[in-house]
Design a protein around this ligand. Structure first.
Ligand SMILES: O=C(O)c1ccccc1NCC(=O)[C@H](O)[C@H](O)COP(=O)(O)O
Length: 601
């Protein structure tokens, strides 16, 4: 369920409320209201829809406010007629028509509005046209005859959380799209109480199905921080500060600027015409391969290097599998002039020689991990060992949505720029923000976490996670964690983990160095367990063929990791008008030798 916070008035307060990431922020353009909005709206994250609230305002004036403040929605609280709403449709923004309810409601009134607005909003009838601060009897909505999604509003506060939970289970809630809150969260009219709002959001997400991390670092039963005592101060320092630092305007400004000017964001959302024709559906590719350094990994390393600097750390360590995260880390260390040590499995060093050379050219020291399978998990072990020995000056940049809390959440938030962009890019191209499917490959799961993030609670968007089946799920040479994994602990978090009967970690295998991890990030374990995401497994052979296919059909050489995501079109049939967004997480230059050897090119 989405959240709208209404009645914003004060600039600094708006920025603080925006950090809570509501879906809508409301600005009341009604002079008789104590919350009347008479200033400018600061820059807000694109995911938040700026909503103008009006009461019987002349149409010209509404249009003027929409243009001046770049509003994405209008909420109409007066006696606006269906014709009035219709004339606003040319603005191509969301129209929310409000209806006030006391003890009963004649639903016939809604009929003429069905085609001229996007949402209904049910508020409490009171002395004022809105913001009265008390609830109505939600049972009235049991007779809701429409399929139009609606906002539930009127006096919603902290004490309503249990009622909301009950309401969510009722028939009436089937079309409830969002909650709208206002006066119950105010210090004075228009000034919102941030800690109260935070409390509300936390309570809501703990009571209603939640796919984000909770305040203890868990996604359902997965996650947490299982760390040796020596690491506790480092992890705790990060846990206490990461949200606060990420919310600082200076941090956001620097992060956004580097993503734009250095990484080259936004990455295109490309409609793959010939691929779409082949599979008779609409395929869009999110081109993370076009980022500086050739993959999504840099979104996270830029974020974490800025975080490390804010925490006063000047020595950076990282682990890498395919080499992409190592290159991305070495790159940002060069950019910031910081010492960089990258741990990499000996086998991966051999498989990914060009990336090893890149890291060295960028000034990083590449240290081989010689234990176990000599791949990603062993490199991670070495990095953790280093961090334990150098607790004060070192920041460990984990490259995936794994590790002890807060890493999975922090990495996910840095990668969430992917789905934030998909939303507005798809709106531009398809006229809607939500695709029917989002698809991404999963090793640890950072490109997937970023691709899903803004869709996790959008029930109409289906999530597909693609794992590496290697030589076949049951071949003994696989990395299909969701099928083969059981609950276990790896690298500081509880997750689904491939392990023997006595709990020894099983060596994973995939042709793709970025996917042969024996676990998945805890968020993905939760998505799997709750059924929110469909997990599919793709063999080496199917992935390689899908990769080659993309070269021939679209002129794009994908990383072998991304080829796994592309291979699902051979396994699953989509409808012709389905919009399927696939994360093209990286480019295939680093994999050329593997492609050459595999296809004897
Ligand atoms: O809040 C106002 O002052 C207001 C004035 C005129 C029209 C609408 C107004 N508020 C709209 C809202 O804040 C909400 O949509 C709704 O009325 C719920 O408010 P509350 O009962 O305070 O939670």
């Amino acid at each position: 369920m989405k959240l709208k916070i209404c009645g914003m008035k004060y600039q600094e307060n708006m920025a603080q409320v925006a950090n809570l990431k509501p879906d809508y922020l409301g600005f009341i353009f009604y002079e008789k209201s104590a919350r009347n909005f008479d200033t400018t709206i600061p820059k807000l994250p694109k995911s938040i829809k700026k909503t103008g609230v009006f009461v019987n305002e002349p149409i010209d004036s509404v249009i003027d406010k929409v243009n001046t403040h770049k509003l994405q929605a209008v909420q109409l609280h007066g006696k606006e007629t269906p014709e009035y709403c219709k004339s606003l449709q040319i603005l191509n923004i969301e129209i929310i028509k409000v209806f006030s309810i006391k003890n009963e409601f004649n639903f016939e009134i809604l009929k003429p509005y069905e085609t001229v607005c996007n949402y209904f909003l049910f508020d409490t009838k009171g002395k004022l046209p809105g913001g009265n601060g008390y609830t109505f009897d939600w049972n009235v909505l049991n007779n809701y005859p429409s399929t139009k999604p609606f906002f539930l509003s009127g006096g919603i506060g902290l004490e309503q959380v249990q009622d909301i939970k009950k309401f969510k289970q009722s028939k009436a809630s089937k079309y409830c799209y969002a909650l709208d809150v206002n006066s119950k969260f105010e210090i004075k009219p228009g000034l919102k109480d941030i800690s109260l709002l935070k409390d509300f959001i936390n309570k809501l997400s703990n009571n209603i199905m939640n796919y984000n991390v909770d305040d203890k670092g868990y996604y359902g039963e997965f996650g947490g921080a299982f760390i040796p005592e020596m690491l506790y101060p480092n992890v705790e320092e990060l846990r206490q500060n990461y949200i606060k630092i990420m919310a600082e305007p200076d941090f956001k400004k620097e992060f956004d600027k580097l993503l734009k000017d250095y990484v080259g964001r936004p990455s295109p959302l490309y409609f793959a015409k010939r691929l779409s024709e082949k599979y008779n559906t609409k395929v869009y590719l999110k081109r993370e391969d076009l980022n500086h350094t050739g993959a999504h990994k840099i979104n996270n390393t830029i974020g974490q290097i800025l975080m490390a600097k804010r925490l006063g750390k000047h020595r950076i360590i990282a682990e890498t599998g395919a080499g992409q995260h190592g290159v991305a880390t070495a790159t940002v260390c060069a950019l910031m002039g910081l010492e960089c040590i990258v741990y990499m499995g000996e086998i991966d060093i051999a498989r990914q020689a060009p990336n090893v050379a890149r890291m060295k050219m960028l000034g990083a020291k590449v240290v081989p991990a010689l234990s176990g399978s000599k791949t990603l998990k062993d490199a991670t072990n070495e990095a953790i060992r280093d961090w334990i020995n150098n607790p004060v000056n070192t920041h460990y940049i984990i490259g995936s949505a794994i590790g002890p809390h807060p890493y999975p959440d922090m990495v996910t938030r840095f990668q969430a720029v992917i789905s934030e962009e998909i939303k507005w890019q798809l709106k531009e191209q398809e006229g809607r923000e939500n695709p029917d499917y989002v698809v991404a490959c999963i090793g640890g799961g950072s490109n997937a976490a970023g691709t899903y993030y803004h869709y996790l609670h959008e029930e109409d968007v289906k999530i597909i996670a693609v794992e590496a089946a290697g030589l076949g799920v049951d071949s003994g040479e696989s990395a299909a964690t969701s099928v083969l994994g059981k609950e276990g602990i790896i690298h500081g978090c509880k997750t689904l983990l491939m392990q023997s009967k006595d709990g020894q970690i099983t060596e994973p295998y995939s042709i793709s160095a970025g996917l042969d991890y024996p676990g998945v990030g805890p968020m993905h374990a939760h998505l799997c367990k709750t059924g929110r995401a469909e997990f599919m497994a793709v063999t080496d052979n199917d992935a390689m063929n899908a990769g080659l296919d993309l070269c021939k059909l679209e002129g794009i050489i994908p990383a072998i990791e991304s080829s796994h995501a592309l291979a699902i079109f051979e396994q699953k049939t989509f409808k012709p008008d389905d919009v399927v967004v696939v994360s093209l997480s990286g480019r295939g230059d680093k994999d050329l030798n593997n492609y050459i050897e595999y296809f004897k090119i």
